[in-house]
Design a protein around this ligand. Sequence first.
Ligand code: ASP
Ligand code: MG
Length: 453
Amino acid sequence: MTRIYPQFVVAKFGGTSVADFDAMNRSATIVLADDHVRLVVLSASAGVTNLLVELSEGLESCDRMDKIDTLRTIQYNIISRLQRPSVISKEIDHLLENIAHLAEIAYSTPCSSLSDELVSHGELMSSLLFTEVLRERGAEAQWFDARKVIRTNSDYGCAEPIVSQVAEQAEIHLRPRIEQAIAITQGFIGSDDAGHTTTLGRGGSDYTASLLGEALQAARVDIWTDVAGIYTTDPRIVNQAQRIDHISFSEASDMAAFGAKVLHPATLLPAMRKNIPVFVGSSKNTAAGGTLVRRETENPPRYRAIAVRRKQTLLRLHSLHEQPAYAFFAEMFAILANHEVAVDLLTTSENSVALALDSTGSTSGEDHTLTTSLLTALSSHCRVEIETGLALVTLIGNQLHQETGVCRDAFSGLADHAVRMICHGASDNHLSVLLPGESADSAVIELHRRLFE
Ligand code: ASP
Ligand code: MG
């Protein structure tokens, strides 16, 4: 029977929420508890994407076997708990064979489109298994290939969705499904014009959920993870971190952009465009509640949260020639633009520019920003200094540029640290400092103690 679901909810489950049979079962209970959930977006089971990324980097035969055995064990631990394992085991075997085949090619002739094809198998497997778990619990569930809808450019490893195409394809392929059944699909993966599989960058399943929520005008997007919401800082660093019950889109998206791991940084963009509230909660403990992210909150506080982003690189460029600062800056930014370097923080003095570069995010791992061609181009105009292994600590709040005492508060918490760079002023709502990576935790602990406890 076809019903119309104008008020439907997208539920996304992260890797720990589909890690094994028991986790899948708990997630299935969440789906079945709310009639409005008509679309489920899944990550790969915990650990699977890391294994696939290693395989995609090209491993020798015996290391390959090891990883594939581990992958098989994860899948079969789930399959063996099903009532009718044979319904699904053939399909999973087929995907495992594919993985072995692609991993062999990755060893002899690695390439980025092949990596994405390989890495996508994690989500393909978890979504097939979860569909079966739901069916065994009596639900009408249909597996759906997200690549039909999530159309992207061809930046393998960190592809950009083409929003208008996603909307069009979702209306054609996905809308009819959610009206008939609960559709189960993969996060993180998409396809380009040539029909090749792409991925949206590590943690990209959240982004898929909100893109599909936007495309189909969902009433809400629920992100189920292993923490009961968004906290004032990472609770693994600070025990006293407090859960935030309501937070605005802009505060939460600043947190994600500056490294809070709870949401993929792009997740809130589609939700903001269509004003769709996003709920974040723990699939292990639904009773603990969670955080609701929405357009506005009452009484936004001066300080909202502290985020930390690791693996940062500081690039300092010193002019070699006698030239006006504007000419030097123009030259530097032209080179950076030609190399598509995303600079997110910078400070300048008369003949120098310091830039913080972020090398987290892409599936293809390491730092691809500092290419030889970029460094060669820069070196012909300036002396280049590079420092790696830094961490960016960001204090996020509201209207910080208009408040007095912000610098006193921030700097007193950083009194014992060697600060490499400070950025404040361009944004109304955050202040960032770059520190040696090893001192980030103690800086966060001290700042949190002073400003939040
Ligand atoms: N499985 C992918 C990852 O581990 C995407 C995700 O979980 O959101 O990065
Ligand atoms: Mg995640």
